[in-house]
Design a protein. Structure first.
Length: 114
């Protein structure tokens, strides 16, 4: 499984960004997908996840601001990020959990200036 994330950038506090992650494979709809992030000097942390059936989960600090969604016809998972804060600055990674294992994509940098 190959994952390609995009959509990062440099924004100001309060702005929005939408990240996208395109996955390979004909069984994308069966994957549980997630977003993680890693800030400089910190451990990689969970941000949001969406199961194959559409159930969503969020880390507490992003609840109400971030929305994860998926379009199985496009093999894509999205992370809509609103009301961005400087503490959201990190490299964001897409993650897929499949029957054959867990896969990571290359990250996309999100920088939020104050």
């Amino acid at each position: 499984v190959q994952l390609q994330a995009s959509g990062g950038g440099l924004v100001q506090a309060g702005d929005s960004l939408r990240l996208a992650c395109v996955g390979s494979g004909r069984t994308f709809s069966n994957y549980n997908m997630g977003w993680f992030r890693q800030a400089p000097g910190k451990e990689r942390e969970f941000v949001a996840a969406i199961t194959w059936s559409g159930t969503t989960y969020y880390e507490d600090s992003v609840k109400g601001r971030f929305t994860i969604s998926r379009d199985n016809a496009k093999n894509t998972v999205y992370l809509q990020m609103n009301s961005l804060k400087p503490e959201d600055t990190a490299v964001y990674y897409c993650n897929a959990v499949t029957l054959s294992g867990r896969y990571w994509g290359r990250g996309t940098q999100v920088t939020v200036s104050s």
